[in-house]
Design a protein around this ligand. Sequence first.
Ligand code: 6GU
Length: 277
Amino acid sequence: MRIDIITLFPGMFAGVFRESILARAVAQGQVKIVLHNLREHGLGRHRMVDDYPYGGGPGMVLKPEPLFSAAEAALKEMSEELGAEARIPVILLTPQGRPFSHRVAQELSHLPGFLLLCGHYEGVDERVRQHLATDELSIGDYVLTGGEPAAMVVVDAVVRLLPEVVGAAAGEDSFVAGILEHPQYTRPTIFQGWEVPSELLSGNHEEVAKWRRLQSLRRTWERRPDLLSLAQLTSNERRLIERWQAEAKRARQPGTGGSGSPQFPPGQELGQPSQEQ
Ligand code: 6GU
């Protein structure tokens, strides 16, 4: 796979792509990552890439000419390498984009390549969205100073799905089955008095699998109930969740002292160790 990135700050990517699993994937030839400096396509002696917004207002807007010129150059190189018939998506990173998810990462991981455009300042000229980008992605509901960290997130999530990059571990991911991953433990069996659940020490594969599935369900129900409606659950699992729901509702009734679930509501403050049930 070949991933090209157009950015005003190619230096930001150096550490990320030279360490750990991404570096190994690059070294093994699983992925080739090519950075293009937008500044080199800037206009005039000052290599201008941004300008004031028409109609006024704060901030600067990325001009269309440098982005079109950089993308054209990148796409030419890419089709020479990947073949003229390869359809190469041009993806603009912007908080207004389609939400990035594991599913989108899977889609991208099957392509021969794609081009990422990192936005900056107050935004990019609308003609870039309309006539250059084939897709727009956002990595969440918050605003970054630029698309670079988002491009790193997309590259990381996609590259780890390539065959042989993280191997079998990717099949066990949170979100693969539409629910969160189960808790993991390693040695020692007792650390500062805290024990590894006995089910995991049993050596009984069936018991381990059952425990893990239950933990995944419970955790998803507590933390991300929004995922459950789309998850692939058996009718027994659906009934179990309904029972938890009923119990939580009862626990919320005045006088019972229970707080009820979910225990990981939106907006929960940081810094509090989570409660074990
Ligand atoms: Cl892709 N870009 C920027 N600038 N901010 C974001 C984002 C992208 N996704 C979430 N916030």
